[in-house]
Write a protein that binds this ligand. Structure first.
Ligand code: AHR
Length: 662
């Protein structure tokens, strides 16, 4: 692609906006002075390329409790005793009871443990006490309660076995303050014949008089289940698969947390790459992500020890991922397991059962409801097939020992899927020629992941300019700034890092004829369980702890202003420290700018046409970060109307700007 950045005619200051109209004057910065070398950009109407409408998407995998305890709505931890060492994590006795993980009373064949709650023998007291006893679950370092004083409806459920008929008191309580944010009585009728399912909804709110205690709780809330000790015959009750949900996104049962999902939705992502990432690979072959163990009723999902060394409930399973894609209008980029795990790799000659498994998965997703797996999907509540335009074959075989055997496994899996589904675009999980088949497989896309420090990522601005157009299309399935020069890495996104990402994204947009899709990674983290940072979004159980990083805003600014055409730009300077790309769609022109340096810059832009516009600007000191309760680096948005076709943008060091003209 040939983008003109050659010196244009001599620079001339043409103030396109009067000071009052000039958006950059309205963002609280000191009155700007022209820099000695203003840059003049002229966006040309002719030339350029059609581009990928899919460029900016998201990548999700279960890590940092991004799913369980994160975007998935279920708030109780260890609710099904899954993974390798569940124990009594997150449970606490209430009153004179003894709790145990009970493997002798499984809920189902998949959910092999339940919680037994036994009244402690108390000399002289017996079981005649009228006190309330039971258990609590403290969630993922607490249970979030909205600080709204109006009612919010929570859903809760559990399975119970034992000789008890009567009321069970369910409460959401501050662990230290004792504040009760919500409570309900649920009438149950239980016996030892089988586990029975109970569910209810109850209102949760923070009454004004609780506000003080509420903030003292700081998210340390617990879900409690209580009954009168003297009303249980036999002293023991068993509970399985306990659940608590706040309002879910689009009211879906077993859905996403509404508050977090809405922030993801605001990114307007074009695609979702799922379900990993390392987390699909498995610590060993047996613990790989198995699609068929993530579908159907939750009590039939066994869960597994995920690659990030904690239990995955798989409540956010294959159907839920597809639902998420449909609800946010994203194309799924589905990764299938390719034979590589961290504990062993299946040789190509032994891949046959795994190829069949992939075809079964695809029949589940794409087959008519008359096929065996299509009918299973229908039985699970989804009659029409899903849409799967892209499938990635494994994850990062250029790392962790997969390279030597990837070409043969890739070829097998590619041929298997392509024969059955010729319209699906298949993606190799790396771009290293040493790990890929020769000659290349026609029509294959390639995924390349990179995490870099700010300077290195910005220096990769022209990476894709130099990718041979005959080498196939690309997805950058993971990228982002990490500071590898600091032994502790970057804890959280910061202005310079996000500016480097913007520089790189400008490079991606300029090359989106070849880079069809790209996703910052990872997406979300629970601050209490960080193993990888930074991510776009963080939160914990504290009220209003939701924290968008500076990178989140850069992603949002770029993704919500997507063009379908990249225009050549004539300029009076080369790239660096200021970088730009101009795009348009049927209604607007967009100019994206990043100033990757300390100095203030002036950019004068000529668009082919004039009119109503907006300037969105992310600005802040080089090292500034957003932290919980201190989200200070947020974009400003200014609307303006101009009568000429010339716009002047004043940029502080490290600013990222998107100018949109309709
Ligand atoms: O995004 C974090 C990890 O980085 C992913 O799981 C893996 O694909 C990459 O190495």
């Amino acid at each position: 692609m040939d983008f003109t950045s050659a010196a244009a005619d001599s620079f001339e200051r043409v103030p396109g906006l009067s000071p009052r109209q000039d958006p950059s004057l309205q963002r609280g910065s000191p009155t700007p002075t022209l820099t000695p070398t203003p840059i003049s950009l002229t966006v040309l109407q002719n030339g350029g390329n059609w581009t990928s409408g899919l460029l900016h998407g998201i990548m999700f995998e279960e890590m940092d409790h991004s799913g369980d305890g994160g975007i998935h709505g279920q708030l109780l931890r260890n609710n099904g005793f899954q993974g390798w060492d569940a124990g009594l994590t997150a449970y606490k006795p209430l009153g004179d009871v003894v709790l145990a993980q009970d493997i002798n009373n499984p809920l189902t064949e998949s959910m092999t443990s339940t919680l037994s709650v036994t009244l402690a023998p108390r000399p002289g007291a017996g079981t005649t006490s009228t006190e309330f006893v039971g258990f609590g679950n403290t969630g993922y370092n607490g249970i979030p309660v909205s600080n709204s004083t109006s009612n919010v409806e929570y859903y809760t459920s559990f399975w119970m076995m034992g000789d008890y008929t009567g009321d069970i008191l369910i409460r959401l309580v501050g662990s230290r303050s004792g504040n009760v944010y919500g409570a309900t009585d649920l009438n149950v009728r239980g016996d030892w014949a089988q586990f029975r399912f109970f569910e209810t909804r109850f209102n949760v709110s923070v009454r004004p008089e609780m506000q003080r205690g509420y903030f003292e709780d700081n998210g340390e809330n617990e879900w409690q289940v209580l009954w009168r000790a003297d009303e249980v015959r036999g002293d023991v009750l068993n509970f399985g698969l306990v659940q608590l949900f706040p309002p879910t996104y689009k009211d879906r049962p077993n859905g996403l947390r509404d508050d977090i999902a809405k922030e993801v939705e605001a990114l307007k992502p074009a695609f979702l790459r799922l379900p990993g990432g390392n987390n699909i690979e498995g610590l060993d072959v047996a613990n790989r992500w198995k699609w068929n163990e993530t579908i159907g009723p939750l009590e039939h999902r066994p869960g597994r020890q995920g690659d990030w060394h904690y239990p995955n409930t798989e409540a956010l399973g294959l159907d839920e991922y597809m639902q998420w894609c449909e609800d946010m209008d994203m194309e799924p980029v589905l990764t299938v397991w390719d034979g590589k795990s961290y504990g062993g790799i299946i040789p190509a000659g032994e891949m046959q059962p795994y190829l069949v498994d992939i075809l079964n998965e695809l029949e589940y997703l794409l087959g008519p409801a008359t096929t065996p797996y299509g009918s299973l999907r229908a039985h699970n509540g989804r009659i029409p097939p899903y849409n799967i335009p892209f499938i990635e074959i494994g994850n990062e075989d250029d790392y962790s020992g997969g390279c030597d055997t990837y070409a043969s496994r890739l070829t097998l899996i590619h041929n298997t899927i392509h024969t059955a589904y010729p319209d699906i675009t298949l993606i190799a999980n790396n771009i290293d020629p040493a790990c890929l088949p020769t000659p290349p497989i026609p029509g294959l896309m390639y995924d390349y992941h990179y995490y870099r420090n700010p300077d290195d990522l910005a220096a990769m601005f022209d990476l894709w300019d130099n990718w041979g157009r005959d080498r196939g299309k690309v997805i950058v399935g993971e990228y982002g700034v990490r500071n590898f020069s600091d032994p502790d890495g970057v804890f959280w996104g910061f202005v310079q890092g996000s500016c480097a990402e913007a520089v790189h994204m400008i490079g991606l947009e300029r090359n989106s004829d070849v880079v069809r899709m790209a996703a910052y990674a990872p997406l979300v983290q629970h601050f209490g369980f960080t193993q990888w940072s930074p991510t776009l979004i963080g939160f914990d159980s504290r009220p209003n702890s939701f924290t968008p990083s500076t990178s989140y805003f850069v992603q949002r600014m770029f993704s919500t202003n997507r063009g379908t055409y990249v225009h050549p730009v004539q300029s009076t300077a080369g790239f660096g420290p200021v970088y730009w790309v101009a795009t348009s769609n049927s209604s607007s022109y967009h100019l994206k700018l990043a100033n990757f340096g300390d100095e203030r810059q002036t950019v004068i832009v000529r668009f082919p046409g004039a009119g109503r516009g907006t300037l969105e600007m992310l600005s802040g000191p080089r090292d500034a970060s957003n932290t919980p309760y201190n989200v200070t680096v947020v974009p400003s948005l200014t609307e303006f109307l101009v009568s000429s076709d010339v716009y002047t943008v004043y940029m502080e060091g490290w600013d990222v700007a998107v100018l949109v003209v309709s």
